[in-house]
Ligand binder design. Structure first.
Ligand code: SAH
Ligand code: SF4
Length: 414
């Protein structure tokens, strides 16, 4: 597979990862795709829609991975499902817990590629930081993920799979007995409400640039937002982009989640250096796209992420220019100041704490909220910009070889 260039990467479409057993993974299929897949597997057309609703409920509302536990589906239908499908979860290659409670999972996909996913618990919420790609084709100078060579887009199933796996690990599926009223009952009584859930929010801020994997991210987030399944509100989901301007309007219209923009600098010179996509889509173009973002208003502000790099982007003048730009474009905005999280070999230092406070004050006095984000999970390299899987250490040839071996059924997992 060609690895796209670093300024304007070509989105790499990826259907689904082939399975060695020839079965289709259900997680990641849209409802329409699921109906079609059930019909193709021999479930009578007239029943396929209703069966899809039942399967959808078991998979996404109750977290069931075994078709035999789908109590309101007849035994012979369950046998057809088991013959042609698996529900599907990514394999956990490594699980780590930080001293501050942050959890990080290294996931290994069917072709041996790996990506990371992080859960950040807080008193009033729990946020899952989800990856969109293995690696990233952009090379932001302060980001560890940007140093990865190998990249591929994740499939919708691999993106939704991260949410499913977090629910598994947090023990968040309902445990109440299913109240099936006969074989045709589509909706069961689960003792499951959003009340008291640990996983309440999702941020597309893991590895990769979500807007360079637009279709898969869109399908995945629609599955995550489906009210009869995982049921997360679009107000609790945030997509972060480094500034892929041509895709921003579509993200607002077709996905409709909250937008975060990795601004990080207010001059062309500095942003060109630290966020190289700026050479393609400059600050003014980016802010104009933010002003036009569908659904942004004072109740639903756009978050501007700003990493604090010592003597690079952290002066009083930078803070004042940030306020000026946000005002110029009349943006309903808040600014998230992120203390730089170091990684092995990084070129930058984090701004001093009093500098960060001063920067925050200037922005705040300009009428814009500018909290400083508390770094989480640094001890397990789970903080912003510290995610990097070992995928690049495996050559393309080695990945192909492993994939071929798996397809031939020689090994169960890489
Ligand atoms: N590719 C997307 C989303 C993933 S990065 C984007 O760039 O927006 C999530 C956030 O972490 C971005 O704002 C990114 O700029 C920031 N980040 C990257 N490396 C960092 C580091 N070393 N320290 C602090 N924040 C970092
Ligand atoms: Fe990619 Fe975002 Fe990291 Fe930039 S900050 S290299 S866009 S993941």
């Amino acid at each position: 597979m060609q690895i796209p260039g670093f300024i304007d990467p070509v989105p790499v479409p990826r259907a689904s990862t082939s399975r060695a057993d020839g079965k289709t993974a259900i997680v990641g299929l849209t409802r329409a795709e699921l109906i079609a897949a059930l019909a193709a597997a021999g479930i009578p057309e007239k029943q396929a829609k209703m069966r899809a609703s039942q399967v959808w409920h078991w998979v996404y509302n109750r977290g069931v991975v075994d078709f035999d536990l789908m109590a309101n589906i007849a035994c012979d239908t369950r046998a057809v499902l088991a013959e042609h499908f698996v529900v599907g979860r990514p394999e956990i290659a490594q699980a780590q817990v930080s001293t501050d409670g942050t959890r990080k999972w290294l996931l290994r996909f069917d072709d041996g590629n790996e990506a990371e996913c992080v859960f950040i618990p807080d008193a009033d919420r729990g946020t899952l930081c989800v990856s969109a790609q293995v690696g990233c084709t952009l090379n932001c100078r302060f980001c560890f993920t940007g140093t990865m060579k190998l990249v591929r887009n994740l499939t919708p199933g691999e993106i939704v799979g991260q949410v499913m796996l977090a629910r598994d690990a947090l023990g968040e599926w309902p445990t109440g007995a299913a109240q099936a009223s006969g074989d045709d009952a589509a909706v069961l009584d689960g003792n499951y409400t959003s009340e008291g859930r640990m996983l309440t929010n999702i941020v597309m801020m893991g590895m990769g640039e979500p807007l360079y994997n637009f279709e898969a991210v869109k399908s995945a987030l629609h599955i995550v937002m489906d009210a009869t399944g995982l049921g997360l509100s679009k107000r609790r989901i945030t997509l972060s982009t480094s500034g892929v301007v041509p895709m921003m309007a579509r993200a607002g219209e077709e996905i409709g989640v909250n937008l975060a923009v990795s601004l990080h600098a207010v001059t062309k010179e500095v942003r060109d250096e630290i966020v190289p996509i700026n050479k393609r889509y400059g600050i003014d173009e980016l802010l104009a796209a933010c002003a036009a973002y569908p659904g942004a208003n004072n109740a639903r502000r756009i978050t501007f992420e700003y990493v604090m790099l010592k003597d690079k982007n952290d002066s009083d003048d930078d803070a004042r220019e940030l306020v000026r730009l946000i005002r110029k474009y009349r943006l309903p905005a808040k600014v998230n100041l992120i203390p730089f999280n170091p990684w092995p070999g990084s070129d930058y230092l984090c701004s001093d704490p009093d500098r960060i406070v001063r920067f925050s004050d200037i922005v705040f006095r300009g009428g814009i909220s500018a909290p400083v984000r508390r770094p989480r999970g640094r001890d397990i390299m789970a903080a912003c910009g510290q995610l990097k899987s070992a995928s690049e250490k495996i050559s393309r040839a080695e990945l192909d070889r492993r994939s071929a071996e798996k397809e031939a059924g020689w090994i169960v997992a890489a």
